[in-house]
Design a protein around this ligand. Structure first.
Ligand code: ZN
Length: 139
């Protein structure tokens, strides 16, 4: 079975031309098919498939680099915000099975229109149903 592509990149980060930052436990690189200029991926250097496998410590290190990359994008590209996106697990349309966080830099007038998509999918919840669901999730 061929080695995971993100594990290959994480093994020698200094050789990755589209690397933008890395830390002891995580690597950040530019997405090869960006939604916007500067769209980045941040991944743990140690292979984990999805959120169900990552330790709290490794997740903390991952998100710490996400935060650093967000600042880098704002300072260097002049963006004023970012969206984070994670597909985790078979039901999520995850396509590369090495956990990664998309950092999508945003400007107020860009054309991603995330809220339009969100509004087209979201429906108002019944408060009684929400309370029952919350109770069952709390256990
Ligand atoms: Zn991997």
């Amino acid at each position: 079975m061929p080695e995971c592509v993100f594990c290959q990149l994480a093994r020698e980060p200094s050789r990755v031309g589209h690397r933008i930052a890395d830390s002891e436990h995580a690597l950040a690189l530019l997405d090869l098919r960006p939604l916007r200029r500067g769209h980045s991926l941040v991944l743990p250097k140690r292979h984990v498939t999805d959120l169900s496998e990552i330790s709290p410590e490794a997740f903390g290190a991952l998100m710490s680099l996400v935060r650093e990359v967000s600042g880098l994008l704002r300072r260097r590209l002049g963006t004023t915000g970012e969206n984070l996106f994670v597909a985790s697990g078979p039901g999520s349309e995850q396509s590369v099975f090495h956990l990664h966080v998309h950092v999508i830099p945003r400007l107020p007038d860009d054309d991603l229109r995330w809220n339009d998509w969100w509004e087209s999918k979201a429906t108002p919840a019944d408060p009684a149903e929400l309370e029952l669901l919350a109770r069952s999730l709390r256990g």
